[in-house]
Design a protein around this ligand. Structure first.
Ligand SMILES: Nc1ncnc2c1ncn2[C@@H]1O[C@H](COP(=O)(O)OP(=O)(O)OP(=O)(O)O)[C@@H](O)[C@H]1O
Ligand SMILES: [Mg+2]
Length: 262
């Protein structure tokens, strides 16, 4: 398998508060990684530093064969890319937020087509045709002209995922995509994400849904206090956690949503 994402010695502090301390990880093409950990351990900051919604203080992020943000130079020096260079690289990663972050004043179709038209400068007819294919696949073709306010939480999140996929990213990042959903909708979105995973999309997912992680993730990373405290194959790490903090974390969390049938 080919390496798609490589994070090396990533660090980020907010004032005196270190949020990420020396994080290194690698994601292979086609892999699904779930990131778990207690509130405040740095999960969102890690995802945001990977796609540079937040700029890391130290370390490197490589996607495929390109660095994003900080680039190592000869003699141990580091070159910082310009904001416009970073803005061009960012769409290689799709980002799905807990709160959907759809544009409320745009229809479902416009939410999906805006990026490909404005950022990638692709022709509108082609982009709209592709968006309709995505919406049909996501069971939302009849919602193309609806506005986000008229959608259920699950529908909003599916539109948000379609919007991210429309930019044809190499990697999808999800930050607790089901945490803002009603319990009965969570399962619908998780099943949908499982289908996406099975279709070969490379995904890094921050989640509290342990049963989902067990069934869908190839590997799980446990973050604690800004460190990678444990990582390993999903089943092994979740069944036989070695780190006492991970054991404690797992004993406090239960996620019946996907159940044993998933
Ligand atoms: N913009 C910010 N300004 C200041 N501190 C921040 C900011 N964003 C995050 N932090 C701090 O960084 C640390 C990590 O936060 P982060 O949001 O990454 O945690 P998390 O693991 O995603 O938590 P949760 O499970 O609650 O979403 C926390 O101590 C948080 O207070
Ligand atoms: Mg978070």
């Amino acid at each position: 398998m080919k390496s798609l994402l490589k994070v090396t010695n990533l660090s980020k502090s907010f004032g005196a508060v270190p949020a990420l301390r020396d994080i290194s990880l690698e994601v292979m093409a086609g892999e699904v990684i779930c990131i778990i950990g207690p509130s405040g351990c740095g999960k969102s900051t890690l995802l945001r530093c990977i796609n540079h919604l937040t700029f890391p203080d130290g370390g490197f992020v490589e996607l495929g064969d390109v660095y994003i943000g900080r680039e190592p130079m000869a003699g141990g020096k580091v070159r910082m890319q310009s904001h416009s260079q970073i803005d061009k690289l960012r769409p290689r990663m799709g980002f799905v937020f807990q709160q959907f972050n759809l544009w409320p004043h745009l229809s479902v179709l416009e939410n999906i087509t805006r990026g490909p038209i404005k950022v990638q400068r692709r022709p509108r007819p082609e982009v709209e045709a592709d968006a309709m294919v995505l919406l049909t696949r996501f069971g939302l073709a009849d919602k193309a002209t609806a506005f986000p306010a008229a959608l259920s939480g699950g529908q909003k999140q599916r539109v948000a995922i379609a919007r991210a996929l429309a930019l044809e990213p190499q990697l999808m990042l999800f930050d607790e995509p089901t945490s803002a959903l009603d319990p009965e909708i969570v399962k619908e979105v998780l099943l949908f994400m499982r289908e996406l995973a099975e279709s070969g999309v490379t995904m890094v997912i921050v989640t509290h849904e342990i049963a989902f992680a067990r069934h869908v993730a190839d590997r799980v990373i446990f973050l604690d206090g800004g460190y990678v405290a444990e990582e390993g194959p999903a089943e092994e790490l979740l069944t036989n956690p070695k780190n006492p903090r991970l054991r404690e974390f797992l004993s406090q969390i239960d996620s019946p949503v996907m159940g044993c049938s998933a």
